[in-house]
Write a protein that binds this ligand. Structure first.
Ligand SMILES: NC(=O)c1ccc[n+]([C@@H]2O[C@H](COP(=O)([O-])OP(=O)(O)OC[C@H]3O[C@@H](n4cnc5c(N)ncnc54)[C@H](O)[C@@H]3O)[C@@H](O)[C@H]2O)c1
Length: 324
């Protein structure tokens, strides 16, 4: 059976992708330091607990088997924290990626799938955003991802490393079979925070910004179900392993929902009132982020099964209500 190495495979998006890889017949080794991931999320894969900041540990895990490819999810992920402590983000996200890429080249593994983000675009010029939109990230988190994308282009040209950089929009929802879901600490994402407020696990939802130039004044985002993200990773892997070229590809839905629209739908799905408090805009938040998904559909043959907002909320709700 062919093997892949998945960094961050005990985290939210990584664990859903591990499940999909296994369903498609891949043997999976997860490398994770469990700083935010959960051991039980890597069930079904071989879990190696280790830190990507340790080059020897990275070399050792790559020597365990001949890997066909590496999928790199591990990262620090909080935009707000990256403003407050950019050093932490540059040191972590760049060192970990460089250690991994260096060890891969040394081991002769030249197929790579990278977890990038809509944050690489900054304020978009075109909506829905195509991949050709200039990359002008304005928070340190987004800049680390854009920098790794630049490194990947150079390593492709110089060393023949083939990569797909997947730029996720707002990952959301939970495994429709149960067992996996979102649980960041602290939680900064909208949908889990709405559900936690509905459950009384937080006093209220903070609505950051009610004066954006959008129909109801709140920010509009593109919500993509985590299981649809997972299937895109397997397709990206197939693309590279069948000789495809290196690419950056958006993963989103071509449409967006405002914070108030998500709140209204969440109240319908849960049958609960969601307490809320209006707050000023957060630094760096843009009014609208919405992906063009045309490239993923055309190049990878990607279709979305779960990314309707009702399905996202229903699966997230099934997961979060179990946490009560
Ligand atoms: N969640 C989103 O909406 C979103 C959107 C765009 C991009 N992304 C990207 O997707 C990826 C996964 O995000 P997520 O939401 O699943 O995050 P997560 O925090 O749930 O998962 C990250 C995993 O990486 C592990 N990890 C972190 N640092 C490590 C290190 N130094 N060594 C080994 N393991 C380490 C953590 O323990 C965790 O299991 C990240 O690269 C993130 O930037 C996420």
């Amino acid at each position: 059976m062919k093997s892949v190495l998945v960094t961050g495979g005990a985290g939210y998006i990584g664990s859903h992708t591990v499940k999909e890889l296994r369903r498609k017949g891949w043997s999976v080794v997860v490398f994770d330091n469990l700083s935010s991931g959960r051991r039980e999320f890597a069930a079904g894969a071989e879990l190696v607990v280790g830190d990507l900041r340790d080059p020897e540990a990275v070399r050792a895990v790559l020597a365990r088997r001949p890997f066909a490819a590496v999928l790199h999810f591990a990262s620090l992920i909080q935009v707000g924290e990256s403003y407050a402590d950019p050093r932490k983000y540059y040191e972590h996200n760049l060192t970990t990626s460089l250690n991994l890429l260096g060890a891969m080249l040394d081991a002769g593994v030249k197929t790579f799938i990278f977890s990038s983000t809509a944050a690489v675009y900054g304020v978009p010029e075109i909506i829905p955003i195509p991949e050709e939109n200039p990359l002008r990230p304005f928070n340190p988190y987004g800049r680390t991802k854009a920098m790794v994308e630049s490194i990947l282009r150079d390593y492709d040209r110089a060393f023949g490393l083939r990569f797909v950089s997947l730029r996720y929009f707002n990952a959301s929802g939970a495994d429709p079979d149960g067992g996996l879901g979102e649980c960041h600490d602290p939680e900064t994402h909208l949908i889990p925070n709405i559900l936690l407020a509905a459950l009384g696990r937080r006093p209220a939802l903070d609505v950051f910004g009610t004066d954006f130039p959008t129909p109801d004044g709140t920010a509009v985002r593109d919500y993509i179900h985590v299981s649809d993200l997972a299937s895109a990773h397997v397709l990206a892997l197939d693309h590279l392993l069948s000789g495809g070229t290196s690419e950056a590809i958006n993963l989103g839905t071509n449409r967006g929902y405002s914070v108030r629209e998500v709140l209204t739908k969440a109240e319908a799905v849960t049958g609960l009132r969601v307490p809320r408090v209006d707050k000023p805009r957060r630094e760096g938040d843009v009014p609208v982020l919405m992906a063009s998904s045309a490239k993923a559909e055309k190049l990878l043959g990607w279709t979305r099964r779960w990314s309707d907002l009702d399905a996202i909320l229903a699966t997230a709700w099934a997961w979060h209500r179990k946490l009560l």
